[in-house]
Structure formats: C-alpha cells, structure tokens
Design a protein around this ligand. Structure first.
Ligand code: CO
Length: 132
C-alpha cells in the first residue's frame, strides 16, 4: 500500500527562522511554498531524495496546528506516506477499524490528494496518506 515516505512534517513557530536553519546547516532551499487556507498553515517543502521535510507554521490562532502547538510545542507533527490510491487505502484502513480524521480524501498541498488517519489507532502518530 505504501510506496514512499512522502514527507515528515515539523511544526515550527517561525517558518523563516526554520528555513534559515536548514539553509545554514544543511545548505538546502525550499522547493515549494504554499499557504493552505483550509488548514490555516503555511508550509515550506525541502526535498530529501524523493521525500520532503515539510516545515509547517500556523497563520491563524484557530488553526488545528496552532492548538496542537499550544499543548505540544515545536517538533515532529505527522508523517506522510505516499500511496497510489488514497481513496482505496483510506477505505481499507477504515474497514480495519482505524479512526480517521478525514472520512474522505481531500486536496492537499502541491495538488495532492490526502487523508489524515487519527493517532489514537496509529500508535500515537498522526498519519497522512498522500497521492501525487
Ligand atoms: Co503533511
């Protein structure tokens, strides 16, 4: 079902400072930046082989990420697994009794199709299925 690690998402308070850190420390630049209105987040993607580091920061106080960071601070927020067919995998995991955040696939950044699975039934990790 899973074809690659699509991305590891890291929640940060200051996106520009995080980008500067990656530039200064590892000599890498974001290959993509996007404001995801629905989720209330700004992202910067840094490519590592065929995967990304997704730096995420909330741009409004009522975004789910802002609420998460109030409790948990900065750090790894979720892991994105690349799949060939998001809808199919989502239906499979639901049929196996997993809790989901998204009942149906939706549009993610870069025009991907995504669905989030709840950490409660995934050993404490928020998982995102990503179909390119
Ligand atoms: Co993500």
């Amino acid at each position: 079902m899973l074809t690659e690690i699509d991305h590891v998402a890291i929640a940060v308070h200051d996106l520009e400072a995080a980008i500067d850190y990656y530039r200064a420390t590892y000599g890498v630049e974001p290959v993509h930046r996007e404001r995801i209105e629905k989720d209330g987040v700004d992202e910067a993607l840094i490519k590592v082989a065929d995967s990304y580091i997704q730096l995420l920061t909330p741009f409004r106080d009522d975004s789910p990420l802002a609420k998460y960071m109030e409790k948990n601070g900065e750090g790894i927020h979720h892991v994105g697994y690349r799949v060939d067919n998001c809808d199919e995998v989502l239906e499979d995991v639901k049929a196996q009794g997993a809790r989901v955040v998204d009942e149906h696939p939706r549009t993610g950044s870069r025009g991907t199709t995504v669905a989030f699975l709840h950490p409660k039934t995934a050993f404490g990790t928020l998982i995102e299925l990503v179909e390119e």
